[in-house]
Design a binder for this molecule. Sequence first.
Ligand code: B12
Ligand code: SF4
Ligand code: SF4
Length: 364
Amino acid sequence: MKEFIKERSKRLGIDLIGFTDILQFAYLNKYLKNRILKNYDCEFENNDLSKRLNVKEYFPSCKSIITACFPYAKGYKYKRSNNTGLISVSSFGNDYHKKIYNKLELLAEEINNYNQINYKICVDTSPLLDREICKNSGIGNYGKNSLLINEKYGSFIFLGYILLDKKIDNIRNHLENVDLCKDCSICINSCPNNAIKENNEIDTKRCISYLTQTKDYIPIEYRPKMGNSIYGCDVCQIVCPKNSHIVEADTNLDYSDLSVDLKELITITNKQFNIKYGHTAGSWRGKNIWKRNAIIAAANQECTELKQLISNELDNQSQMIKIYAAWSIMKLDRKNGKDILKSKLKYEENNVKKEYELLLEKLS
Ligand code: B12
Ligand code: SF4
Ligand code: SF4
């Protein structure tokens, strides 16, 4: 069965697969609990630890797991240009979740024809720890930036796997932690918001990737660190020596779609957003989150020509948009910004009022 799976996955163009039958991660219980105590967890994780640590809770008949890694970012050159927002290379082209799901579905169907199986496919979609599962199967090891790094493909790899109800013989689990980074600490020093901590850990709530996706309040002091990010952050991977051969490789892929016009994003309708960006992985949080990030990016890039447009957003229905538009205006034109906020203050209540007061106090 193992040889059949290897051969079929090659034919389907899956670059690398692995196998594991470790279905229990109780050994990470303490680590995960500690992480929660340090407030390093986030709303994109399931907070019921038993669901995260036990594959059988998610798929009771599971006996083994076929893992797969899908490389991306070949030849990607990171460009910062004025007046544009930046989308992470993980959101290039069609949504990777769907592409990978479809490939794994084809593989699972082929296995099913060979030897009937019940299965479940996961691509960033289960409460389980994708990296730990893939690490145990030999796909790679953790870097200090917490990403799973494969010796050949680097860390620009998406992870997916098939949980199945059949035992696969001769599985070699990879339990040892190999230190790939050694003395390097480039990612730690390059991280824009100091989010990479000890023991391959990320203070998620400082991570720019998180900040571009969360619907929660973004602290004022973190906003300048977001630069022109609209979705995700690639900095700790771009600087990583384990990826240099990937980003330096020749490619005919045109990554220019990852630079987006800020003015367009601030004025875009839901319908236009879905048509233009709905197929990408980064669109999952919806238009208003990208618009909020564009408003922050405009201030960070000193796009004074967008002042009026952003000022108009103080009348937006969304409290979230008003809050960041107010900050952006104060950064772009402090003198007039103060007068505008003062004049609007009496019409506002609750969070918006509080934020305007805070901005007038902090940024005046
Ligand atoms: C929540 C989440 C985020 C959060 C938090 C990320 C984080 N570092 O924890 C945010 C929004 C910040 C995020 C960002 C990104 N994410 Co994300 N994310 C997830 C998600 C849904 C859960 C991750 C999680 O549970 N983290 C909590 C920690 C505890 O678990 P862990 O990182 O998986 O594994 C740790 C433990 O196992 C621990 N560990 C293991 N053994 C031991 C032993 C000891 C002794 C100790 C101390 C610790 C320890 O170390 C591991 C590394 O921290 C996964 C999908 C999934 N279901 O797993 C994708 C996932 C991790 N994300 C992914 C990607 C691509 C990204 C981004 C690159 C996207 C982008 N360009 O913006 C960034 C990278 C940021 C970064 N440096 O991590 C990929 C990572 C692929 C890879 N090569 O590693 C995943 C696996 C999705 C997928 N299936 O492809 N993500
Ligand atoms: S994704 Fe960006 S903010 Fe997050 S840890 Fe990496 S460099 Fe830091
Ligand atoms: S930049 Fe250096 S420390 Fe960071 S993950 Fe890459 S090799 Fe490890």
